[in-house]
Design a protein around this ligand. Sequence first.
Ligand code: TEU
Length: 581
Amino acid sequence: ASSKAWWKEAVVYQIYPASFKDSNGDGLGDIPGIISKVPYIKSLGVDTIWLSPIFASPQNDMGYDISDYRAIHAPYGTVEDVQTLIDQLHNNNMRLLMDLVVNHTSDEHAWFKESRSSRDDPKRDWYFWRDPKFDANGNRKEPNNWKSIFGGSAWHFDEQTGQYYLALFLPSQPDLNWENEDMRQASYDDMRFWLDRGVDGFRIDSMNLMSKHPDLPDGKIVDDEPYQSGAEFFASGPRMHDYIREMRAVFDEYDTMTVGELGFTNDEESVGAYVGKDRHELNMVFTGDIVDMDFGSDSNHSKYGRGAFHPRKIRQITDMWQRVMPKVNGWNSVYLDNHDSGRSLSRYASDAPEHRSAAAKMLATYLLTLSGTPFMLAGQEVGMANLGKDYGVEAYIDVEGRNYYEAVLKTRGGDHSKMGDVMRELQLKARDHGRLPMQWDDSANAGFSAEGTKPWMTINRDYVDWNVASQVDEPDSVLAYWRKMLALRKEHSDLLTYGSYTPLSEGDTGEKVLGYERQCHETGKTALVLLNFSDREQKVQVKSFAQREFEVLVSNQDTNIKAHNVTLMPHGAVIKASYVT
Ligand code: TEU
């Protein structure tokens, strides 16, 4: 069995700072707003908050473009406010994770301004600067063919010094060169700045992009587009593990929890190498596969390509990571939602009125019954969903979706009426859905922002029916179910956190139902989890439970669950526990 640790028992609540609670009526969430909700968050039964970036930033990518790691974006508050938040959390036995965005900075960061100023600047080498190439006609070309993750070339020409710099995300997010020792030390000092103030850990943004192939070779050409991914040369490069270990030495000066965001790398061996206990690197990672399940079925598996979610995918991905982690003596995160995607409820289950409550509870059951540290996104606990199909393109303001929309629109002669397929994909997967303002109550602006103010982004008009206030005292609500599940995970941590995992096969459950057992080897106690990922009733017979005495620990349906026969209602979820006496 896996050894115990506080970060394995934590349940993390992700807050998107702009969208949680506006305390001063400027339409933007802020740190005092978060502080005012600490009692609410604690009352859910979660113990750790992960805050997406709150640092000084021109906000071209909502704070993932940082201009000063030691200052707070003024509309969010001050360093003192953050200290108050940390202290309040610690007084409540809670913890704070910050977002560590060190693969790149903003182009307004002092480091980049210096680096850009001349070829001889001491910080020149803190970023990637390269000479132009020239084509046969003598036209200037980028140093390689890599494509930015947000579209277009990843290289940008700087007139002043006649070289290109690399930016894998927006042009205003230049990539830091981790090969440079001075740059790394400066970054560690920034980390210590926050660790010294009591921050308990970091979610490390774009973690495995920090080491690139030193030659920056052209990416493999897969189509006739001018730019190609290149990810095979910029993700999980040769020095990746050196950098993490060096960083880990800083973290080990404190009691720090780390979760690394992994992009483009989902194979067992590479993932295991980051989280295997003996490797002493990261506590856990986010593999991207769980949020990509409905990405395009095209060869690039592109985000806004047309794809379909099938329960078989979540079965495969879940089984794979649940089996790999014990094998490498490692640990993982469990999550379904973050600020970079549409809501799992709308994509993998159902937000149709007749299914929404059951579906939200079913997904909560998944998230809280697996081995790994659960991460939930604020709003999940009340069944927040995507913006509906009736919202127009103006509701989508995030750069990623916008850039994609504009690029396709251009190829269709600027004719919005030809954009039906793009609108459909945005409605499912755009990052805006994960960033919707929190739905606190049914007053104007959903209690997120005072009446009469203009929130920074669209508030989903379904807030009138789906909000915290309407569920908080309602025993059958999604919110009540989350609380019950969170309490259950704590109470049965021998089973649900530390127990072993055994999947039921598709032959046992049928293709629409996900089923697994968690077992505590010391007591022999077993929990059987059955999750119906369809909007039809499903009958399941679990033979292993035929001879056992059991009780139903929790379910989102009226349970008349006899012996080993279970009839799951649409999006039904059942946890049965058997005890060896
Ligand atoms: O995302 C990293 C990343 O690889 C993104 O391309 C992500 O896969 C994409 O947004 C999915 O649609 C991180 C942050 O989570 C994201 O919000 C930032 O925009 C990005 O890094 C740059 O810092």
